[in-house]
Design a protein around this ligand. Sequence first.
Ligand code: CU
Length: 155
Amino acid sequence: MFKHTLALFAAALSIISVNAFADNAADIEVEQPYVREVPPGAMATGSFMTLTNMSDQDIQLVQAKSNAAKKVELHTHVHDNGVMKMRQIPAIKIPADGQAHLKPGGLHIMLIGLQDGIQAGQTIEMTLVFKDGSEKSISMPVKSVMSHSGHMMSH
Ligand SMILES: [Cu+2]
């Protein structure tokens, strides 16, 4: 009887550890991340990527961190009386079995208070933090992107 209980306990433990291993970060695939090049002296820039959720549950990106900037914020663009404005948001949702597209004119990760210039050819390290506290480190190349006309070209 005691042996039997132990075996059950061991089986339960192994199930728990398997679930604990499949954290948010492990279920997210990051594709084509990049940072937009800005001229020397610029205070802020944006970074963009496609996040794919390989799990059957919605996952929230709640924070991003980088040594390249004093502050890193999750942003979206909103239309306000015909003017496009950026607004900080608490989380970016990556839908179950779906994607979140971070692109110019839409969702993005904002780097504010740049330590040095951000120039094409550099690589920026960033850590993405998900709602369950799990983290994913990514390396992003800096690319020069046209700011406003680039918008139309992306359609
Ligand atoms: Cu922004």
